[in-house]
Design a protein around this ligand. Structure first.
Ligand code: SF4
Length: 240
């Protein structure tokens, strides 16, 4: 890691006054092939990808964690994004298919033990990818909800295995309205489920993603009815 913890903290504060394009340019200049965009193709990810591909470099790699439980609308959106920018998006896969998981752990593990399901289907594939990277671009926004209020534009993180990397959240300071203004004004493809009451879209089982009611928070439809708020992708590594 070429940056110390102090340098990352200083840059994180400085980047609060910079544009997402500047931040992504810094990432591309400093990490080359050791930085990638991680996206589940929510609104923020689409904005990050558009800025990166059109204004920074189309060589910034993009990957997604294909849990095997994508909505069909998400699968189609990924295809559209690949076509729009002429890129191939890497899919990370869990070790077991949904069918193999059901055979080994019983049906609908996501309903009974969602933390275990998320760990196997999301966190482990990312952990296996991380040794290839010194920096990871994500789409966290502080205004998404209480679990994301502390998100910084740059966060130095360390896994339990001791791998250090920088998580980059170029849109940390953006509002939901700014994200949607960008999407609409740049005519980006987006998931049609957003127009059907799903502000946040994850896996397709109804216990993992449902539409929200009027007045509910934008992540209220994720694991609704349980205490679970995050899949673990943004919480398994320690901030240092
Ligand atoms: S969101 Fe649901 S289906 Fe997807 S990995 Fe987590 S528990 Fe499993």
């Amino acid at each position: 890691m070429k940056f110390t913890s102090e340098e990352i903290h200083r840059l994180a504060a400085e980047f609060e006054r910079r544009t997402p394009q500047d931040i992504l340019q810094w990432a591309a200049d400093n990490f080359g092939s050791r930085v990638a965009i991680s996206s589940a193709f929510g609104p923020e990810g689409l904005v990050v990808i558009d800025i990166a591909m059109r204004k920074v470099t189309p060589r910034l790699p993009i990957f997604t964690i294909d849990t095997g439980f994508f909505f069909k609308e998400t699968v189609e959106l990924i295809r559209q994004v690949e076509q729009e920018y002429g890129v191939a998006i890497e899919r990370l896969h869990p070790e077991l298919t949904p069918e193999q998981q059901a055979e080994k752990y019983g049906p609908e593990l996501y309903r009974r033990k969602p933390d275990q399901c998320c760990y196997m289907r999301k966190v482990l594939p990312l952990q296996q990818k991380l040794p290839q990277l010194d920096a990871l671009v994500a789409g966290l926004r502080r205004s998404q909800g209480e679990t994301r209020q502390g998100a910084r534009i740059l966060q130095l993180q360390e896994t339990a295995e001791g791998h250090r990397y920088i998580k980059i959240n170029p849109l940390a300071a953006w509002s939901k309205e700014e994200v949607w203004w960008y999407i609409v004004s740049h005519q980006l493809h987006y998931n049609p489920l957003h127009d059907q009451g799903y502000p946040s879209i994850g896996c397709s089982p109804d216990c993992c993603t449902r539409a929200v009611k009027d007045g509910e928070g934008e992540r209220a439809g994720r694991w609704a009815g349980s205490d679970k708020k995050e899949c673990g992708l943004h919480t398994f590594a320690a901030n240092i």
